[in-house]
Design a protein around this ligand. Sequence first.
Ligand SMILES: [Mg+2]
Length: 183
Amino acid sequence: MKKNKIKIAFDLDGVIVNKPPLVPKRLLEWLFKGGGSRLHYRFPHSNLEQMIRKISHFYLFRPPMGKNINFIKKIAKDDDYELYIVSSRYSFLKRETEIWLEKRNLEKLFKKIYLNEKNEQPHLFKEKVLKEIKPDIFIDDDEAIVDYLCQKTKTHIYCFSLKKVTPKPETNLFLSSLELLFR
Ligand SMILES: [Mg+2]
């Protein structure tokens, strides 16, 4: 009998793709969240802002997260696992995302790569996709999204963070290294 594979889904930015160096964190937060409530993400309607975002996603400005990628490459060789990317990057970043994954030779490691092509709010988009894939594990770096998804799905959700953080056992689990998943 065929045994069920363990499905693991990964967020892209902050888990596989690093933030651009040299761009102040405050500016990035403003660009993505607009400083409003925790679970509201701005969609850039102006051509200028979309262009800035496209440039900031040019593959050379977005370094790979080497340790995490090595881990993903390792488990991708193992037949027991089925891997997915679930990224809420908006539609206008589709091409940039494909190029980034091709340049790093990663696109074939995943059974499917989900991007937010209808420009939905990121947390709602991820909730919808997780309910479709029903992965065993999902790893995201946005604490607000992790908290939200923990309440909405049955998937084990982990928050990837390189910072030293105090875990909140009632809501989510922090991971500072993907290797810790299987310990
Ligand atoms: Mg992220």
